[in-house]
Design a protein around this ligand. Structure first.
Ligand SMILES: NC(=O)c1ccc[n+]([C@@H]2O[C@H](COP(=O)([O-])OP(=O)(O)OC[C@H]3O[C@@H](n4cnc5c(N)ncnc54)[C@H](OP(=O)(O)O)[C@@H]3O)[C@@H](O)[C@H]2O)c1
Length: 282
């Protein structure tokens, strides 16, 4: 049996998980990088882990005293698989858990909100990260990135509502502090960037920095739902369209100081993010 001192990073190949794993490695912490493919992550020990295969859980937890938790993606009831795993983790010696949730989901809310609510009773040390929308939603193979590339447009039903877009680098930096700082508070952390922006403003920034025309096309709730429903189940499509409607109603129009307070540096702006992405692609 190895010494219990590693952090298990679930979703270690994903948008936040790979940055959390890299941040922990940079701080010279032992990392077990978990994903279904056990893909290698530099400086970390890769382990195969599938939420839906409990047989993979025991080995993943061996020698671990902290966990970074990404819920099973797309599962409407993640508590069903996560809570038994978390009880097993506690019995195996895990004392600190950091859960990635969302600004849109409060403790006790749907899906991961149920896991959030249970966390303080399971672990002495815990944090729930509740980021607003990721800046990374405008890059790679995401729907916004595709429509920007193919049509020069961002399509939403969020009207003129604003969102405190946050850089996944900042989410990961907070996660690292929450995982390793002995004084890190047990907390529910809303994470945003420095400004709340409408999609009209986002489109203008992307157009300005990339030098290519980008517009925000305003859809109705029904138009967006039906667009999504061509690709994903209607229930999920309706939920995504409803999230845009909530943005239109002002639900995400806020900023928080948590990134600055936990990491000691201000969160990155959307403009700086787009500039970084543009220079990376050159
Ligand atoms: N995008 C946003 O704007 C936003 C905003 C707030 C909150 N969130 C939340 O962020 C979460 C996604 O986090 P992320 O962006 O860091 O991840 P991500 O980029 O979506 O990647 C998911 C990670 O989980 C792993 N994974 C997928 N299914 C798995 C399974 N059944 N068992 C074990 N591992 C599995 C994937 O690796 P393998 O495929 O190799 O297993 C990958 O490493 C979601 O819960 C979402 O609600 C997103």
């Amino acid at each position: 049996m190895s010494t219990p001192s590693a952090t298990l990073v679930i979703g270690a190949t994903g948008t936040t998980g790979r940055r959390v794993a890299a941040g922990l490695v940079a701080e010279r912490h032992r990392v077990k990088a978990a994903s279904r493919r056990a893909a290698p992550v530099q400086g970390a020990q890769a382990v195969r882990f599938d939420w839906n295969e409990p047989v993979t859980h025991r080995e993943a937890l061996d020698g671990v005293d902290r966990v970074y938790l990404i819920p099973p993606i797309g599962d409407p009831d993640p508590a069903a698989v996560m809570l038994p795993f978390l009880r097993q983790a506690r019995a195996a010696g895990v004392r600190r858990a950091v859960l990635l949730s969302s600004s849109a989901i409060p403790a006790g809310g749907p899906a991961v909100g149920q896991v959030h609510q249970a966390l303080p009773d399971l672990f002495e040390q815990w944090a729930v990260l509740r980021p607003s929308w990721f800046m990374q939603n405008f890059t790679g193979s995401t729907p916004h990135a595709r429509s920007i590339r193919e049509d020069g447009a961002i399509l939403t039903a969020s009207g003129h509502g604003r969102v405190g877009f946050v850089d996944a680098e900042d989410i990961a930096a907070v996660a690292v502090r929450a995982l390793i700082d002995e004084q890190a508070p047990n907390a529910d952390l809303i994470l945003t960037g420095p400004q709340a922006l409408s999609y009209d403003e986002v489109a203008a920034i992307i157009a300005e920095v990339t030098g290519r025309p980008v517009l925000h096309r305003h859809l109705t709730f029904e138009q967006l739902r039906d667009r999504w429903a061509a690709e994903i189940p209607l229930e999920f499509a309706t939920m995504l369209a409803a999230m845009d409607r909530a943005i239109a109603d002002g639900a995400e129009d806020r900023t928080s100081d948590r990134v600055q307070r936990l990491t000691g540096r201000p969160p990155g702006t959307l403009r700086a993010f787009v500039e970084r992405e543009v220079s990376r692609s050159r």
